[in-house]
Design a protein around this ligand. Sequence first.
Ligand SMILES: Nc1ncnc2c1ncn2[C@@H]1O[C@H](COP(=O)(O)OP(=O)(O)O)[C@@H](O)[C@H]1O
Ligand SMILES: [Mg+2]
Length: 221
Amino acid sequence: MAELAVGHAETVEVPDLASCPTLVPAAPNIAAAPDAPAGELLGGGATRLGHYALLHELGRGGMSVVYAAYDEKLDRKVAIKVLHARGDPWAQRRLLREAQALAQLSHSNVVQIYEIGDLDGQAFLAMEFIDGITLRRWCSEQPRSRAELLAVFTAAGRGLAAAHVKGLIHRDFKPDNVMIHRDGRVLVTDFGLVRGAGPNESLRISASSGVLQMASPRSAR
Ligand SMILES: Nc1ncnc2c1ncn2[C@@H]1O[C@H](COP(=O)(O)OP(=O)(O)O)[C@@H](O)[C@H]1O
Ligand SMILES: [Mg+2]
């Protein structure tokens, strides 16, 4: 075990990930993400946000919907996260915090942010499009070998450890917030409940933050 500084007075015990063997399954063996019907994208049927043309829904969580989109300026596919609640100041603050946290991170196991924007009151976050499936779906699709599980969870742990090095606690780590790319890469996503580990920031999980069953014993205390 290694001790990792996550704040001024805080240290967290983490396994020494450097000594973990990197067990990448030879063939990731995942199906393509299903394309949800485009339907009516965004309120009022809008199908674009500035230079992003929205293509179809990729998934949704408690706070937001994520769409596949085409960035017409940079000629590439991206993922656009928009909030369920338009104009909710609390949710907008969380989205900004998520964006700022992601902007501090550059790691192969953390989704990459491109920009945060606001168009006609619609706050959004543009990020790397992950052509893959959530860890939840990957686990339920078929039985996974011990080596596969170890490889995937170790990779996700590396992403979390990279955040800890920057003093960031994810606080909502669960199978819906980890994605496995078709090329085998494992990426931690959804830093919507992220916290810095400064002296004024409580690490306790409250009823409104994170899923208690998925929280570490330390943070759930
Ligand atoms: N960068 C991405 N590329 C592809 N799909 C994504 C991406 N980010 C999120 N998703 C999909 O959207 C879902 C919701 O995104 P998430 O950020 O977890 O939203 P919430 O904060 O509402 O929980 C995820 O479970 C996943 O299926
Ligand atoms: Mg989520």
